[in-house]
Design a binder for this molecule. Structure first.
Ligand code: IVH
Length: 667
């Protein structure tokens, strides 16, 4: 079995590399999943052969309360910036004065993400640390292990026994758009740009959430005592053979340059082409290739003298703001949007731009008919930066922000301390009603089959549903009376509704659509309070004591459950049979972590009692037996354990663990 586990591990590593580093998969996703499942099952059955850096360890799951501080072996400096080619020329002149040999430059992309330092020891990823203050950073290894393009084990046998590689973790543009779309649907605060999203993600406590965020990474430099070459470019390219995802020279992500003309060519090329990349860059980095020359040049307090960053100017254009429209979200939040005369910006035609809120409009003093500056910086959604006042039409009048909802006419309200206006008419305002219904039935919430946006519109137009509770009053006869609703779809829909009653508590809580309560927050609340009544009765202080819940969320939860209409809705849903408490399995903290594993407990313990250990094993799906046999997976060994047991375990290759190791397995 050991051989099969090793073979699967190798094969899966290779496939991971083909897929995530080379972007050239050689097997289907399905085949990959099957191999991964086989390995997963084998590792569960034979944990003694499981590798801590196995490809199965990429899904996350470990929670880190606070990250350990680690000192960098080599300080992580920053780069001095330049904004014009003249400044790059000055850089060259400076260097030529300090070094008298021929110079070779390396031009690279400046990735707009989060710097990371990885240490590989004996070909295995040992730790991953953030830049921090440059001297010490956070140990975020558990989170980084979920990034599939970072190898946990290296290929080949000619890598140094210990070395450090640095790079940039980022979120590809497309993934970023998707994450923000989901956050918008969940009424969670949007990430301003992919860099913020990447840095927020890397610092999350729950690595399984990190795993879902699809982070990627480019590794751009090596440090160590026994690197194969004495120059930067050669080492970077060599390390690609070990499976590291380094910049692709074939795509011109990295190039050697002999002089300023070649450097300029590289910069100009990427200034034009950068918008076509699948990730953000904010400039080009120019480095001296030879390590010896790098050393000769040395560092200033903050940055190396042998490198400089050239930053691109954020592209900005002028266009006419034709009108402002106001969107109403499912929680009633009003978003002003600028409708622009279409204009080409950073490779796409822009017709709309964000205006954020009333304060922003007032600050910029934008008015319909104005010529405005629009920029697409790190952000994906373009934004209006300001007004070209010299082009303002003479008859222009200051814009008055709407005071009534554009959809239902209700007077808008503004919560003290918040910038956003809300329409309070949550029960009657059509986009709010439909938005809440759509959210409630969506896949990650109640997942009701046969109830998409179109059907909701149909039911709403015909007066059959006006709120979430009405869904559970739907009858077959009334459904059949609708156009476009045949017997089969009606049955389907009713079945889907029935099935939703078994959806677990945390998803019901998420489905309610409480402002700022996304999937993760709903889960944390459900786990902490265990049932809806405890949440309803909770105080602000108690809410604040829940992990990852801050003031804004706590206040929002409190406000939601202070509203009588919401309490009535919950009462109704309870009566209809929806799940408003954790199941007994969830309550008992039952997991299948130890499924298929057999334990023998022997000796005296100091942290746990024997009974506690037994209970924990059983709660987590494992089995306890009295004597060691070939079927035993682990012998949990305490003080004064019988020597016969120990000897037998050793003979059979059963793994011995102490109570600390046992506790670690439970984490
Ligand atoms: S070299 C001492 N190369 O830019 C030189 N940095 O301001 C350190 N960055 O913290 C880094 N792409 O996060 C280097 N190709 C690249 C880079 C790069 C992005 C970031 C990195 C660093 C910051 C420096």
């Amino acid at each position: 079995m050991k051989e099969r586990i090793e073979q699967l591990t190798r094969e899966l590593q290779e496939h991971n590399y083909n897929y995530y580093v080379l972007s050239k998969p050689t097997i289907s996703d399905y085949e990959f999943d099957m191999l991964l499942k086989e390995l997963h099952d084998l590792e569960k059955k034979y944990p003694q052969f499981a590798d801590p850096n196995s490809p199965t360890k990429r899904v996350g799951g470990e929670i880190t309360k606070s990250f350990e501080t680690v000192f960098h072996k080599y300080p992580m400096l920053s780069l001095s910036n330049s904004y014009s080619i003249e400044e790059v020329e000055d850089f060259e002149t400076r260097i030529k004065k300090l070094v008298d040999h021929d110079l070779e430059y390396v031009c690279e992309l400046k990735y707009d993400g989060v710097a990371i330092s990885l240490t590989y020891k004996h070909g295995e990823l040992e730790k991953a640390v953030t830049r921090g203050d440059g001297i010490k950073g956070d140990n975020i290894t558990t989170n980084v292990k979920t990034i599939k393009s970072i190898p946990l084990k290296l290929f080949g046998n000619d890598y140094p026994q210990e070395f450090e590689v640095r790079g940039e973790v980022f979120i590809p543009k497309e993934v970023f758009v998707q994450i923000n779309k989901e956050r918008e649907e969940n009424q969670e605060q949007l990430f301003a740009n992919p860099r913020n999203a990447a840095s927020g993600t890397l610092k999350m406590q729950d690595s399984s959430v990190v795993a879902q965020r699809k982070l990627d990474c480019f590794l751009y430099s090596l440090n160590g005592e026994n690197l194969p070459y004495s120059s930067h470019y050669e080492n970077v390219l060599k390390s690609a053979q070990w499976g590291l995802k380094v910049p692709d020279y074939k795509r011109k992500f990295i190039a050697k340059c002999k002089n300023i003309a070649e450097i300029k060519e590289f910069i100009d090329y990427w200034d034009k082409e950068r918008h076509k990349l699948e990730f953000d860059i904010d400039g080009v980095v120019i480095k001296i290739n030879s390590y010896r020359q790098q050393q000769e040049l040395g560092n200033t307090a903050k940055s190396p003298r042998w490198a400089i960053a050239y930053k691109f100017k954020a592209e900005r254009v002028e266009t006419i703001l034709e009108s402002i429209s106001y969107q109403v979200g499912r929680t009633g939040a009003i978003t002003p949007v600028a409708n622009l005369k279409p204009v080409l910006l950073a490779g796409t035609v822009v017709k709309r731009a964000s205006l954020h809120n009333a304060d922003q409009i007032e600050k910029l003093d934008v008015r319909p008919g104005d010529t405005v500056y629009v920029e697409k910086g790190g952000e994906i959604i373009p934004k209006v930066l300001g007004v070209n006042f010299s082009k303002r039409p003479q008859n222009s009048v200051a814009l008055e922000y709407i005071s009534n909802c554009p959809e239902c006419g209700s007077e808008l309200i503004r919560v003290l301390g918040e910038a956003v206006h809300y329409c309070p008419n949550s029960d009657e305002c059509p986009p709010q009603i439909k938005g809440k219904l759509e959210h409630f039935v969506s896949r990650k919430a109640m997942d009701i089959d046969g109830l998409g946006a179109e059907t909701i519109e149909l039911l709403f137009q015909n007066g059959l549903v006006k709120n979430i509770g009405d869904i559970y009053d739907l009858k077959k006869e009334s459904l059949l009376s609708l156009d476009r609703m045949a017997e089969k779809s009606a049955n389907n829909l009713l079945q889907g509704i029935e099935k939703s009653k078994t959806i677990p508590f945390e998803r019901v809580l998420f489905a309610l659509g409480i402002r700022h309560v996304g999937e993760t927050v709903a889960k944390k609340l459900a786990r902490y309070f265990k049932n809806i009544d405890s949440i309803i009765d909770s105080s602000l202080e108690e809410l604040l004591s829940v992990e990852e819940i801050g003031e804004i969320i706590a206040k929002s939860v409190n406000a939601y459950f202070s509203d009588k209409r919401n309490l009535q809705l919950i009462e109704k849903l309870k009566n209809k049979g929806l799940t408003f408490a954790l199941s007994s399995d969830q309550l008992a903290d039952k997991t299948d972590k130890f499924k298929g594993l057999t334990f023998v407990i022997s000796g005296v313990f100091s942290i746990f009692s024997r009974d506690e250990i037994k209970e924990l094993i059983e709660k987590n799906g494992g089995k306890c037996t009295g004597s060691v046999s070939a079927k035993t997976s682990y012998l949990v060994a305490g003080e004064e354990m019988g020597p016969a047991k120990k000897e037998k375990a050793e003979k059979l290759g059963v793994k011995l663990i102490d109570e600390n190791e046992f506790a670690a397995m439970l984490k």
